[in-house]
Write a protein that binds this ligand. Structure first.
Ligand code: MN
Ligand code: MN
Length: 316
């Protein structure tokens, strides 16, 4: 039981060692594993700034700061669950469709083994092949999508695949229970007057940043719960959900977002949902000189791990 856990920071300084996530063991075993941290160092789908390929390494590096007890959920996750850092999935720089195939194929054995994947991006294009893989195991899933953007554009430059089209393609490929899926935090200038209607017409529940400020987090959390219900849900977290003052290291920043503190509160608030996987995308280290975006992403992942442990504790 709980075979794999991080190195003890009281016995070994946190700046030492090879940088796996939280200094978890780096192994590709699929036995006695509840969750796997998996890097997807791809920026083949980035439409503006590039460099998200360096996201997984930056998140891993700063994750050494994370301590083993979460006082808000009041849980020491590794008392309940076993986790590994699986390393990175193979990608193909410059060839997005080939990269998609490799991500989908190489993620599948992990998901098929009943392990919850926590993927570190990478630009947001990676979520499409992740979902393809997950749906092969679970069937269509609900989506909980934190983002400044809906990522439901039909095409860019005449091409169907990039980080702005993932969820249009996901609906077309019937990967989602779209009536049970919700996009939260949308904001900023848009391509056309009716652009915000695109995700709504696809079937997503949409709550913009302005609407969140109007209704408050309690009502937002109720709306999320009502939309998703007990369905299996994949949480995709684009760091540009957070204001660029707190998360400057990203590809397409939008002002008027949420603070890192508000973000962590929100994620703790969804802990009772039936999660089957998570990703954190769009960390771009070359625009993140003080590592605060990577630090935020690492803490978001820590909350995911805490949620998984919390659910295991509830099961008894
Ligand atoms: Mn996105
Ligand atoms: Mn975005």
């Amino acid at each position: 039981m709980n075979k794999f856990k991080p190195v003890d920071p009281i016995k070994s300084p946190r700046f030492s060692g090879i940088k796996s996530f939280m200094r978890l063991p780096h192994t590709t075993t699929l036995e006695n594993v509840d969750f796997a941290i998996i890097g997807v160092p791809s920026d083949a789908g980035a439409s503006f700034r590039t460099g998200q390929r360096d996201g997984p390494a930056a998140i891993r590096k700063i994750s050494a700061l994370l301590r083993h007890h979460n006082p808000v959920i009041d849980i020491s996750p590794f008392d309940y669950i076993s986790g590994i850092d699986y390393g990175d999935l193979p990608v193909v720089p410059g060839y997005i469709e080939e990269g998609y195939k490799r991500i989908e194929e190489n993620l599948f054995p992990i998901v098929d083994a009943g392990i919850i994947p926590i993927l570190l991006g990478g630009d947001h294009a990676i979520t499409l092949p992740e979902l393809r893989s997950i749906v092969k195991k679970h069937g269509p899933v609900a989506l909980l999508h934190f983002d400044a953007h809906s990522d439901t554009v039909d095409e860019y430059f005449g091409k169907p695949y990039n980080h702005g089209t993932s969820f249009k393609r996901a609906v077309e490929e019937e990967l989602l229970l779209v009536e049970n899926s919700i996009q939260v935090g949308l904001r900023g200038s848009i391509y056309s007057k009716d652009h915000l209607n695109i995700p709504k017409n696809l079937g997503f529940e949409v709550v913009t940043a302005e609407e969140i400020r109007e209704i408050g987090f309690t009502k937002l959390l109720q709306k999320i719960q009502e939309t998703i219900g007990k369905n299996k849900v994949f949480l995709t977290f684009d760091v540009d959900f957070v204001d660029p003052a707190y998360a400057p290291g990203t590809g397409t920043p939008e002002i008027g977002g949420f603070s890192s503190g508000e973000t962590i509160d929100l994620i703790r608030g969804v802990k009772d949902l039936n999660f089957i996987g998570f990703d954190v995308v769009e960390v771009l280290p070359s625009y993140d000189p003080s590592e605060i975006t990577a630090l935020l992403a690492a803490n978001v992942v820590y909350e995911f791990i805490s949620i998984l442990a919390y659910k295991k504790r509830l099961e008894g």
